[in-house]
Design a protein around this ligand. Structure first.
Ligand SMILES: C[S@@+](CC[C@H](N)C(=O)[O-])C[C@H]1O[C@@H](n2cnc3c(N)ncnc32)[C@H](O)[C@@H]1O
Length: 246
């Protein structure tokens, strides 16, 4: 009823990557454009790298993601390299100047073991002096409390590429330790459910995050609490990190 390809197309509709309209895109885009080579881990449909190429990036651009349907969509642009795989496959010795994990893709790294393996691989994929830029939602903001159909801001009505009127919302199934299990529901406007998408997200705090980074050999160059590069405070909703391979 609602295929994996439809899900990938819906993602692009819900999350257009536009640096003029999105503060996270505005943060990442200059970093990407300034780097000679970029590995985008968890690139999804590849919007950021596609835009970089479109805007004249001439270096190596590689998108890595385990989701085949998202990658099929990314591959509509052939002048970027698209690789199927998880963060743990992030290419030892590849010598990238910049690695990114945008759109909270980092929160898909769930177990301690997956975090360790993934961070080691990303570290190994960077050249000396190369940087890893990514964000994770700060647990103190409890973002999951807004992910409910009773929150009008979380319910989106839209028309997809195939011309279907759709309604999309989230619900939280459980919060166990720092793992939040959510459900995204794609439905017709009358509520008829077309597809349910389940996902687990990990919410690391600053101390736990930094311990994983340091263990993997990273130094933390900068850490921000918002997209305007403000410090992390008690109100911050994000932990935005630029870590460096020395
Ligand atoms: C919310 S999307 C973000 C996509 C894109 N980075 C963006 O900013 O729009 C999260 C992506 O992380 C990918 N992902 C899930 N587990 C992953 C893993 N272990 N390693 C790398 N990517 C992963 C998913 O397939 C999905 O494409």
């Amino acid at each position: 009823m609602f295929s994996d390809a439809d899900v990938a197309a819906l993602y692009d509709l819900l999350n257009p990557w536009n640096p003029d309209r999105r503060s996270d895109a505005r943060f990442y885009f200059p970093l990407v454009m300034a780097a000679e080579s970029v590995l985008d881990v968890g690139c999804g449909t590849g919007a950021m790298l596609k835009l970089a190429r479109e805007h004249g990036h001439r270096g190596r651009l590689v998108g890595l993601d385990p989701d085949c349907a998202a990658l099929d969509r990314a591959r509509l642009r052939a002048d970027v390299e698209w690789t199927e795989g998880a963060a743990a496959d992030a290419g030892n010795g590849a010598g990238f100047e910049l690695a990114t994990m945008t759109g909270h893709a980092f929160q898909n790294l769930l177990t301690d073991d997956e975090l360790r393996t993934s961070l080691n691989a990303i570290h190994g994929g960077l050249r000396r002096g190369g940087r890893f830029a990514f964000e994770t939602r700060h647990p103190q903001a409890r973002a999951w409390e807004g992910w409910t159909s009773s929150n009008p801001d979380d319910v989106v009505n839209l028309v997809d590429e195939a011309g279907r009127a759709l309604r999309y919302w989230h619900d939280v199934d459980s919060v166990v330790g720092d793992i939040v299990t959510i459900r995204g529901t794609v439905a017709q406007p009358d509520g008829t459910v077309l597809r349910v998408l389940s996902e687990n997200l990990r919410f690391l705090d600053v101390a736990a995050l930094n311990a994983f980074l340091v263990k993997a050999g990273f130094e933390i160059d900068a850490q921000y609490g918002d997209w305007d590069r403000g410090p992390i405070t008690d109100d911050s909703r994000e932990i935005i990190t630029i870590a460096c391979r020395r």
